[in-house]
Design a protein around this ligand. Structure first.
Ligand code: NDP
Length: 323
């Protein structure tokens, strides 16, 4: 019987994971199908409950559910426990195990971005969602000494900082209010900038003004596209990378967890590139209306967007991919 692996998120039509995971199953002659499940928060519990049957090898979890699924797991691995976020689920009988393969995926991307230089010690992170948690934990475990987090809703960044209290006890991890002048001041003291917000995913907008980006920065955007942020950073002389490597390596790690086999990395990378070049298509094979999906996104937890920040509703459709 064909086993099932599902990607659960909202929206999911933008996802490129299906292309690389299905190709990997087929290459290794594993009888499995990768499905995209668009589920709102209300439907999440039922979706997770379905995974407990023998039909499923496991699942991926994407925006905006990575933190919300944590209490639904029977067991968490160390990275999932440390981050408080789950992006991959495996099954042990009827029990569900939550993993976080974004952490090793991010570390591969960071290492590549830093290249032969000495690993920097100061970073600015934009965002405080599930992806940002993997980024912050990856930076802490890489030995960063100062990490400043900016998020539209400050309370969420503060919650994340509190969550990392013990693992960050030896260093400075702070949440700051999202103001361009504060971001500029912090970037001036930093070497690494990571965008872990979804700003730029569904419209050609940058989370920060181009003037605040300096040429010594190493800039990583988790979004798998040549975003406005990355183009502005390159113009400023900064070194840049998009979310491709992180997406590939989190996916390869997830594949190995589901199948017990090493992932065919090269093939998965080729399929990702092809999917990106061919435009994003929805699960039904129709062109995905990413902008419309984003506009139906979850309501903000509380408070107002920072002044000047775009909202999901502001953003027209564009075909980019990320997890
Ligand atoms: P979440 O839904 O958990 O978090 C979304 C983040 O984006 C929050 O910080 C949120 O701020 C912020 N945000 C969203 N819309 C706006 C807006 N209009 N203005 C200001 N801030 C906004 O998602 P994830 O953390 O899972 O994913 C975040 C991004 O990272 C996505 O683009 C995702 O595709 C990408 N990603 C890529 C990966 C890869 O492998 N390359 C892996 C993981 C994530 P607030 O809290 O204030 O709402």
């Amino acid at each position: 019987m064909t086993k099932r692996v599902v990607l659960i998120g909202h929206p999911v039509a933008h996802s490129l994971s299906g292309a690389m995971q299905q190709a990997a199953f087929d290459e290794l002659r594993i009888d499995a199908a990768y499905e995209l499940w668009d589920r709102t928060s209300i439907a999440l519990g039922d979706a997770i409950a379905e995974l407990r049957t023998d039909d499923f090898l496991g699942a991926n979890i994407t925006i905006p559910h990575k933190e919300r699924v944590v209490p639904m797991m029977d067991r968490l691995t160390d990275d999932a426990q440390a981050t408080g976020a789950v992006n991959t689920i495996t099954r042990e009988g009827r029990r569900l195990v939550g993993h976080n393969t974004d952490v090793p995926g991010f570390k591969v991307a960071l290492d590549k971005l830093v290249g032969k230089q000495k690993m920097p010690r100061q970073a600015v992170v934009l965002g405080a969602g599930g992806g940002a948690r993997a980024v912050v934990y990856g930076l802490i475990t890489e030995g960063f000494q100062r990490i400043i987090v900016f998020n539209r809703h400050l309370h969420r960044a503060e919650g994340m900082v509190r969550h990392f209290g013990r693992s960050a006890a030896h260093m400075e991890l702070r949440a700051m209010p999202w103001h361009d002048s504060i971001i500029e001041a912090e970037l001036a003291k930093s070497k690494v900038l990571v965008n872990a917000t979804s700003i730029g995913l569904s419209a050609d907008v940058s989370p920060i003004p181009r003037e605040v980006i300096h040429g010594d920065l190493l800039v990583l955007d988790l979004i798998y596209a040549r975003t406005r942020l990355l183009r502005d950073a390159a113009t400023a002389g900064a070194t840049t990378a998009d979310g491709e490597l992180m997406l590939l390596h989190q996916g390869a790690a997830a594949f190995s967890l589901w199948t017990g086999q090493p992932a065919p990395l090269e093939l998965m990378q080729t399929r990702l590139a092809e999917a990106r070049a061919g435009g994003i298509r929805s699960a039904e094979g129709e062109p995905a209306d990413v902008g419309a999906s984003a506009a139906q996104g979850e309501p903000a937890a509380q408070g107002e967007p920072a002044p000047g920040q775009p909202t999901a509703e502001d953003q027209p459709a564009a075909a980019v991919g990320a997890e």
